[in-house]
Write a protein that binds this ligand. Sequence first.
Ligand code: DOR
Ligand code: ZN
Length: 347
Amino acid sequence: MTQTLTLRRPDDFHLHLRDGAMLRTVLPETARDFARAIIMPNLVPPVVTGADARAYQGRIMEALPKDAPFEPLMTLYLTEETDPEDLVAAHASGLITAVKLYPAGATTNSQSGVRDVEKVQPVLDAMAEAGVPLCVHGEVTTHDVDIFDREQVFIETVLDPLRRRTPGLKVIMEHITTSHALDYLREGGPLLGATVTTHHLMIDRNHMLVGGVRPHYYCLPIVKRATHRTALAEAATSGQERLFLGTDSAPHLDGAKLSACGCAGVFSASNTMACLAQLFEEADALDKLEAFTSSIGATFYGLPLNPDTITLERSDAPVPVPAGLDVPGEGSLTVFDPARPIHWRVL
Ligand code: DOR
Ligand code: ZN
């Protein structure tokens, strides 16, 4: 028996496309199912100025399959040297949608990030005034804080003070991984949103560590204990307000993942919508999927809802995890394994 589900075309509010051959390989995977995506700026070197964003947008459009109805929503990478005038002008012209705050050292290519948030206060004030949203990688990086506690400590010691200092600033807590972040979101009011990834809704640290270490599940923020995953999944599948999909699909070549010091990132662009349909079906909440993937985020960002749709099909037989992709001249790329049978595919 098959069943179909038609949804408003979704948006991915947190996506890594990289550049060059990797960009050309992964972009069609997202463009097939999604109408828009917030494009992360952590290239080497990062996308710091309006001119950088304009050039990167051009490379993305060049890599896009012909006639694919996909719009990259560009971001700037906040540094202690960011020029608020350049940033505000890039937003006013429609070139960028948001600005990304990486605490220095928090994750992949974050070495140019912010060491002292007080140094960027004038930029944050200008953003609040001009209505530019701030996307935040919410983890402290101090070595005395355990990696599993870094999100909670960040919220208490950095994010909450920052928001109090900057009334009017729209903030998105990116890829939240804990019930602490959910609690903070719930009490946060209309200017606070959060994204959650497909993988943080489906796997926890046991998947990563029991019976052998699975490098393909290593990402940042690191996956937490099961109770956090369950809280996140319950929130997402019950239509939690201001909580929406940002896949954080973050491709790294298998050689870089399967190494003595493996890179952080899960590549889920190819099968995210199938995985989410499975998750929402298991929660008896297929009727909430469209809000999570296609309207809560757009509404939070103040974007129009997408006019067209995608259709998913459910089959009794499980659909295998998609085969890895070949990045020409560079190596292979493994697609996220959600650790359970998936019965859905996007038609
Ligand atoms: O797992 C991650 N990978 N988390 C991030 O924050 C960055 C990303 C990447 O760029 O590889
Ligand atoms: Zn990311």
